[in-house]
Design a protein around this ligand. Structure first.
Ligand SMILES: NC(=O)C1=CN([C@@H]2O[C@H](COP(=O)(O)OP(=O)(O)OC[C@H]3O[C@@H](n4cnc5c(N)ncnc54)[C@H](O)[C@@H]3O)[C@@H](O)[C@H]2O)C=CC1
Ligand SMILES: CC(=O)C(=O)O
Length: 334
């Protein structure tokens, strides 16, 4: 019956037709974040093939079945459950596996649990997905990015953390609400740790190049600034607030990860506040943290040497110290 449904048309030059290499991604961790990433990547047609990996094989199978049942509504994508061994030829491996915060817990408190998981995971990623760029999402994301860099031996450009991409989005969303603008029309960055020591770059907040805050502003302008600055507390506490209410954050990071992946696969050279290894910026050395960085097919190719005010510089250096002190307590041997 199946054989009689179609007639094959012979095509002597079949081998000459150029094929675009399929865009392949691996998502490690089929929890709330991993699946929000998978869903967002699927509906935005970012990969041709997605392999999803989790130690909880039953949940993994259920998640993959659920996604596959939606395929008639989106662009063709191969979605399968698997292991890292199925990740050969992957362009990107997105790591979301590991422990998450309980209400009130900080991201840094996860470090020991997730270090142990990464010690098992990263050597396997390198073994099977040797050509892939690693995109780390697991918290504390800056530390886990540093750990992945050291455990993998990959070039600095190939190991990226989602960093403060999410915090920057929260900052832009809240500022844009205040100014009744589309959040894409407003430029603002959160830099440093994706966590409690993160730094808002108030001096660079601008709408179409119009700087919002100036050091030499008059009293009226300074009063305006004081009304807007509490927004940063909302940004810093956003994850705690969401986790308190629904146990995890997922949709926004799924969208953020999708933007990072698109910038890599499409070689977009987008400036994104991803986390990468910093050496020699404002006296900061040998930590992964977020600065606006150029993201393209190479991974992170350049970080922007932002000119910061003395207060911003001090806060960034403090954030780097918090991360550096955490790194120094880690045992990275296997
Ligand atoms: N960087 C960011 O902006 C954000 C980071 N996160 C972080 O993402 C991580 C995941 O969060 P959720 O998905 O909510 O947690 P979850 O508990 O829902 O999912 C974690 C998944 O990892 C799996 N897993 C554990 N060890 C594994 C291993 N060795 N190999 C494969 N899978 C393994 C678990 O079975 C589970 O399905 C947490 O560390 C969380 O803090 C969450 C939101 C934003
Ligand atoms: C959980 C987390 O890191 C966030 O939502 O920012």
């Amino acid at each position: 019956m199946l054989d009689s449904l179609f007639t094959t048309v012979s095509h002597p030059t079949q081998d000459l037709i150029p094929h675009r290499r399929p865009r392949k991604g691996v998502i490690v961790g089929a929890g709330q974040v991993g699946m929000a990433c998978a869903y967002s990547l699927l509906i935005q047609n970012v990969f041709d093939e997605m392999v999803i990996v989790d130690v909880n094989t039953e949940k993994l199978e259920g998640e993959v079945m659920d996604l596959n049942h939606g395929l008639p509504f989106v662009q063709p994508t191969i979605i399968r459950s698997g292991t890292l061994a199925d990740g050969e030829d992957a362009d990107i491996v997105i790591i979301t596996a590991g422990a998450k915060q309980k209400p009130g817990e900080s991201r840094l408190e996860l470090v020991q649990r997730n270090l142990e998981i990464f010690k098992g995971l990263i050597p396997q990623v390198v073994k099977y997905c040797s050509k892939a760029i690693l995109l780390i999402v697991t918290n504390p994301v800056d530390i886990m990015t540093y750990v992945s860099l050291k455990l993998s031996g990959l070039p600095n450009s190939s190991v990226i953390g989602s960093g403060t991409v999410l915090d920057t989005a929260r900052f832009r969303y809240l500022l844009a609400e205040k100014f009744q603008l589309d959040s894409r029309s407003l430029h603002a960055y959160i830099i440093g740790e994706h966590g409690d020591s993160e730094v808002p770059v108030w001096s660079k907040v601008n709408i179409s190049g119009m700087q919002l805050f100036q050091e030499d502003a008059n009293e009226e302008k300074l009063a305006d600034m004081d009304r807007i600055k509490p927004i940063f507390e909302q940004v810093k506490n956003a994850a705690y607030e969401v986790i308190q209410r629904k146990g995890a954050t997922s949709y926004a990071i799924g969208l953020g990860v999708t933007q990072i992946v698109q910038s890599i696969l499409r070689n977009q050279n987008r400036l994104l506040t991803v986390s990468s290894l910093i050496h020699g910026f404002e006296g900061i050395d040998d930590v992964c943290l977020s600065l606006p960085a150029v993201v393209n097919r190479q991974g992170v190719s350049r970080t922007l040497n932002l000119t910061l005010t003395p207060t911003e510089k001090e806060k960034l250096q403090h954030s780097a110290r918090v991360l550096r002190q955490t790194i120094e307590k880690l045992d990275l041997s296997s």
